[in-house]
Ligand binder design. Structure first.
Ligand SMILES: CC(C)(COP(=O)(O)OP(=O)(O)OC[C@H]1O[C@@H](n2cnc3c(N)ncnc32)[C@H](O)[C@@H]1OP(=O)(O)O)[C@@H](O)C(=O)NCCC(=O)NCCS
Length: 167
């Protein structure tokens, strides 16, 4: 299931615990893990409602049997054209391997294309992050381009693959 984060701090203790349990699984690929702590998690949760209301980012808690097991966000970067959106995601390690994120991203893509003026959705991942790239591949995204930059997390090569699905 997908749901919004609760307004306020209702989700904070559970969400913090999920991140804590996922740290070593996320650290290779997610730059924010290096800064992770109670305060960064509090800020993340506290900022969701405002970003949702403004249309800046729709952040979904991914749940299994009512428990939070990951996150999937639909957002637009400052330098992304108006008609583009990006999807980012992660799962608790115990929730991987069963197609949950592929189903989640399929649903979030449908939501994206319900927004007025959204023409395409992208997934961006380091070329070494095969599990991440397999998600858009399963969903029929096409490789749009490759971008060479700096590695931001320990396992990254710095080369990003950008997958795109057009409405
Ligand atoms: C990226 C990430 C969410 C992908 O998780 P995942 O479990 O591989 O993806 P899914 O939930 O879609 O599950 C796919 C797996 O379930 C299997 N599966 C089982 N039933 C399935 C179904 N009905 N549909 C699709 N896949 C299914 C697939 O074969 C695949 O397993 P495999 O890799 O062993 O072949 C996860 O690896 C992760 O959290 N990584 C760390 C954070 C990260 O890198 N985030 C992305 C940054 S760009």
């Amino acid at each position: 299931m997908l749901r919004r984060f609760e307004d306020g701090e209702a989700d904070l203790p559970e969400f913090y615990q999920v991140i804590e349990e996922s740290l070593e699984h996320l650290r290779p690929w997610m730059p924010w893990v290096a800064e992770h702590g109670p305060e960064t998690t509090r800020e993340f949760v506290a900022g969701r409602a405002e970003r949702w209301e403004s249309g800046q980012e729709y952040t979904y808690a991914v749940t299994l049997d009512g428990a939070i097991v990951g996150v999937c966000g639909l957002f637009r970067r400052e330098d992304t054209p108006e008609d583009g959106r990006e999807i980012g995601y992660w799962l608790h390690p115990s929730a991987t391997g069963r197609g949950l994120m592929t189903r989640t991203v399929r649903a979030v893509v449908e939501e994206a294309f319900r927004l007025p003026g959204v023409a395409y959705v992208e997934v961006v991942h380091d070329t070494a992050n095969h599990a991440s790239g397999a998600v858009p591949e399963r969903l029929g995204f096409a490789v749009h381009r490759t971008r060479v930059g700096e590695p931001l997390a320990p396992a990254e090569t710095g080369e990003d693959r950008i997958w795109r699905l057009t409405r």
